[in-house]
Design a protein around this ligand. Structure first.
Ligand code: NAP
Length: 305
């Protein structure tokens, strides 16, 4: 006998929404989270695209979501890393640092993590001028010169946020066009503190005891140059946290879990939701939608439908 109907791995917007839907439907539900609940929104200062709220902090939204799921009986186990899963057969086993739990169905909602740039100085100066979280570290760079690397929505939105604190923000992007949405690009182009350097790669982060500059290469001219700065914020994309299910369910070439429209992964009774999946749009609200679908379909799976 499984001790739970449903175990959800990951307590970001996908996992917490799945927990709400499942527990409200009467399923005995456990959410296991390796850190604190919230996932990426836990470090998002301001969210302006959560429907119905013009502005809310990520931590406040997380707290409300967790409280909401718990109200219907979902159990939330934080700071509990999952070390392995067994998904063959009708009873799924989830091994964690705090023991093994069993369930009739699983939802993988483990999210994704930042990609590293992979240049000299990056690891050495992490926490010493190199950061992956403007929300966390921007206040340390008041009236300083910072660089943002990347051309997606994260890079540009965080550059805009950094401009509230820093003296100057230089966005360095490897191509001549941004990947980010036009609206975000227009917002940063209108900000006088933000400079844009295109067609340029960062080859190294340089400094003595902390980051003091970046060495760049113009990909069109082949010209190398150095830019002095006090901080380097890296936003070059995300890597799915799918190691737990690698070799057990189908992944795409980027390592994202492949699901069908009902959020079934390729093994029976295993569902996936949110940023760990292959969906192109990785937003808190789409992750939450995924979580709701996965929970409803997990319930139907248990009923044999
Ligand atoms: P992303 O969209 O994958 O963008 C990554 C950026 O980093 C791209 O511009 C890419 O360049 C660049 N890059 C990748 N590897 C690099 C390398 N080795 N050296 C230099 N540059 C490199 O990632 P993201 O910005 O983290 O966004 C992830 C997802 O979240 C996206 O779907 C995004 O739309 C979404 N998001 C949405 C919002 C919002 O709507 N509020 C906010 C943040 C994120 P290329 O363009 O040349 O490939």
């Amino acid at each position: 006998m499984a001790n739970y109907d449903l175990i959800i791995i990951g307590a970001g917007p996908a996992g917490l929404t799945a927990a709400l839907y499942a527990s409200r439907a009467g399923l005995k539900t456990l959410v296991v989270e390796k850190g604190a609940a919230g996932g990426q929104i836990a470090t998002t200062a301001v969210m302006e695209n959560w429907p119905g709220t013009e502005s809310i902090s990520g931590p406040a939204l997380t707290e409300a979501m967790a409280k909401h799921a718990k109200k219907f009986g979902a159990e939330l186990l934080e700071f509990t890393e999952v070390t392995g899963i067994e998904i063959e057969g009708p009873v799924k086993k989830v091994h964690t640092v705090n023991g093994t739990f069993e369930a009739k169905a699983l939802i993988i909602a483990t999210g994704n993590r930042e990609k590293k740039l992979g240049v000299p100085g990056e690891a050495e100066f992490k926490g010493k001028g190199v950061s992956y979280c403007a929300t966390c570290d921007a206040p340390f760079f008041r009236e300083k010169d910072v660089v943002v690397i990347g051309g997606g929505n994260s890079a540009l939105e965080e550059a805009h946020y950094l401009a509230k604190f820093a003296k100057s923000v230089t966005v360095i992007h490897r191509r001549s066009h941004f990947r980010a949405d036009k609206a975000v690009e227009e917002k940063i182009r209108a900000e006088p503190k933000i400079k844009i350097v295109l067609d340029s790669t960062v080859e190294a982060i340089v400094g003595a005891k902390k980051a003091e500059g970046v060495r760049m290469l113009n990909t069109k001219t082949g010209k190398a140059s150095e830019l002095k700065c006090d901080g380097v914020f890296i936003y070059v994309g995300m890597i799915p946290n799918s190691e737990l299910v690698a070799g057990k369910v189908a992944l795409d070439k980027y390592g994202c879990v492949i699901t069908d429209a009902d959020r079934n992964a390729s093994a029976p009774g295993v569902f996936a939701a949110g940023d760990v999946t292959h969906g192109k749009v990785k937003q808190a609200v789409t992750a939450a939608g995924d979580g709701a679908i996965a929970a409803v379909m997990a319930e139907k799976y248990m009923e044999g439908e």
